[in-house]
Design a binder for this molecule. Sequence first.
Ligand SMILES: [Zn+2]
Length: 497
Amino acid sequence: MNRFFVCVLSIVVAFCAFSPAPAAYADMAWEDFMPNEFIKVGLAYGSGAPASCEIYSDNGFILGFEDDGGIMEAFHLRDYTTITVKLSGRYATALSGDTLISDDLGVSGYILPYDYKDGGSIRFGGASYRGGLSFRPNPNNTITVVNLLPLEHYLYGVLNSEMGRQNPGEALKAQAVVSRSYAIHSFGDHAADGFDVCSGVHCQVYKGSSAEYSETSRAADETAGLIMYSGGKVASGNFFKNSGGHTQNSEDVWNDRVSHLRGVNDEFSPDYPWSWSVSASRLGDTLAAGNMGCGDISSVTVSGRSANGYVSELTVRGSQGSVVLKKEQIRSILGASNVKSLNFTLSSGSGTGGAVVSKPGGNAAGASRHALGSSGAKALSGKIYAVSAPSGGGEAVSAVSIGPSTAVLAASGTTQGAMQGTAQGVLQGGASGTSQGGAGTGDSPATGGTIVFTGSGFGHGVGLPQDSAIEMAKQGYSYMEILNKYYTGISISRREG
Ligand SMILES: [Zn+2]
């Protein structure tokens, strides 16, 4: 008999005075769900693990054990509404006021709200959670807090954080299937931490029953159990915000080729222009912080592009040599919120070297990128993001077009003003004298005091672009059609076994 039982039995007499007899709850498998339909979510772990914590339940608690994936009830604590969990030596102990409830909750012990089968919740750390909580001591005297609950109820607490309940129902249903598949595919990633998935952006943001809404819960219910399969296995449901017009092959962003993660043309993608201006010195510091330093930076060049035209390699030359960043490493080193996607071009914002134009090789004449070469030109459509081209008489003309409806031109010897909206600051400083570049010449190095990244899209580009899912739903497509467009060769069916 483990310490949990010894402890609880030692005080069960006290509980019997307040609680219904536990006999009626003797075999408390969570009857609506199969054993493999539960998930363990890390709520507080690593540097976020507390030394002690308080949990609350308006209708009392139940102590139980993890049993074949679900919960086996042990004792009812109907009349307690607050429990403090703290360490005593190597053990997590539970108290309510001065009353010792357990001197060792054990690795399989869970505390649940009394009404957990009826949708009741337990409060911890400012949020509410369905299901049970476990408290596992760590060697550094902190406690890892894990939430055990049915996978379907976990999705209730995920969907609004990952897509937003205001979006069309078919988009939410697509996200539900994706999030369910992603969670199951991620099982094992946190095995060393003692749970299946974490509650942060590393896995999927989960905020418990505090973040449940009728719209998102309906999306989960209406797709209950549906999972994407590829090649007979659960397909990873990778997703991101905005494709910028094309999604990416998995191997062009990460390493492995995954058969259902193929780049597809994305005609549903709303425009998502962005730019990032960074001084050469700050860029050097950023690289050094990522252990990719190369001294004082002299140039940055897009040295490789994938078949889809997105950047696959970036070469930075500096006073101490050069470094090459590849694929998603570009965003992870330089910052995924700075370089929002791999769909970008480079230009120089220096006032000394003139504006240097970079264009995706071979794409400059394409329908999606219009080059503007003379004053007064207008971008009628397309996604050209930064162009500077020489005009007559040594005068530089700089133009920036963001999205289909905005075209901005500034023509003078010093490239002044006239940037609008998100294009502001894309080209900085003077552009006089030595501007270079032309259509279809490929990527040229950006030099000078400021390097400007100008691009479209947001995220790694692999799998489902959420903005496009929302757009497809608005146009009347079903969640099945949405998923089949962005995941190649998948089947969608209920989980077996
Ligand atoms: Zn995680």
